[in-house]
Design a protein around this ligand. Structure first.
Ligand SMILES: O=C(O)COP(=O)(O)O
Ligand SMILES: [Mg+2]
Length: 218
C-alpha cells in the first residue's frame, strides 16, 4: 500500500456540517437589509466560494445587491456568526476517528478552506479538531481563494510535500477544480454541499461515509 505523504482537507461540508449556522447567520444578514429569509437547502447550495460570495448570492436571490447592501448584510452576518459558529456545527460522523487513524500513521494533515481564517481557527479549536492539523489555511487577503491553486499549494509546501504525493479531500466543484489546478489527486466527500457535476471523477475517488473513506492510497 502506498500512503499519501500528506492529506489536505476542505472544511465546510467536508470535515464539519456547518450549513445550519451559516444559514442562520445569512438570514440575520438578510434581515438587516430588509430582505426575507431563505431556506436551508438554497443557502447550503451557495456555500463554497467564501463568505462574500455567500452573502452576495443570498442578496441576489432576494432582489439584487449593491456594495452598500453587501457591506451591511456582511457586517450583520459576522456579528451573528461570531457568536454562533458552533451552535449547530459538528464534525461529520466518523471524522474524528479517521483523523486519529491518519495521525497514528504519522501522515501530516492540513486544512485549506475558503472560510475566513479567524472562524476557521476558532471552529477547529471549539470542536477539538485543531490538534490534528499541521496547518489550517483559511481565506486571507494575501492569497486568492480556491479554485485558484495558490492556497492549496501553500498548504502543501508548508507540510514539506510536493503536489503529486498529496490528496486533497473536498465536497464541492470548487475543491475539485482547485485540486486539478494544483495537480493534486482529489477525493470527494459526497454527503457535503456538492454544487455541480464532476463527470470525470472516478467512482473510487468518491465516498459517503468517513468510516469507509479509502483515502490511504495514492
Ligand atoms: O466558506 C465557504 O464558502 C466554504 O468553505 P470551504 O472552502 O471550507 O468549503
Ligand atoms: Mg466545502
Amino acid at each position: 500500500m502506498i500512503y499519501p505523504k500528506a492529506i489536505v482537507f476542505d472544511l465546510d461540508g467536508t470535515l464539519i456540517h456547518s450549513a445550519p449556522d451559516l444559514h442562520a447567520a445569512a438570514n440575520v444578514g438578510l434581515a438587516s437589509v430588509g430582505r426575507p429569509p431563505l431556506g436551508l437547502p438554497l443557502v447550503t447550495s451557495f456555500i463554497g466560494n467564501g463568505v462574500e460570495t455567500l452573502i452576495t448570492r443570498c442578496l441576489t436571490a432576494t432582489g439584487g445587491h449593491d456594495t452598500a447592501l453587501l457591506e451591511k448584510a456582511l457586517a450583520a452576518f459576522h456579528t451573528d456568526y461570531d457568536q454562533n459558529m458552533t451552535t449547530l456545527t459538528r464534525p461529520y460522523a466518523g471524522v474524528v476517528a479517521a483523523l486519529n487513524s491518519f495521525r497514528t500513521l504519522q501522515i501530516p494533515l492540513g486544512i485549506c478552506t475558503n472560510k475566513p481564517m479567524r472562524p476557521a481557527l476558532d471552529i477547529c479549536k471549539a470542536l477539538d479538531l485543531e490538534q490534528f492539523f499541521d496547518i489550517i489555511q483559511g481565506a486571507v487577503t494575501t492569497l486568492p481563494k480556491k479554485p485558484d491553486p495558490a492556497p492549496l499549494l501553500h498548504c502543501i509546501s508548508a507540510l514539506g510535500q510536493s503536489p503529486q504525493d498529496v490528496i486533497y479531500v473536498g465536497d464541492s466543484t470548487v475543491d475539485y477544480r482547485t485540486a486539478k489546478n494544483a495537480g493534486v489527486a482529489f477525493h470527494l466527500f459526497c454527503e457535503g454541499y456538492l454544487n455541480g457535476p464532476m463527470p470525470d471523477l472516478p467512482s473510487n475517488q468518491c465516498f459517503s461515509d468517513w468510516e469507509q473513506h479509502g483515502l490511504l492510497t495514492i
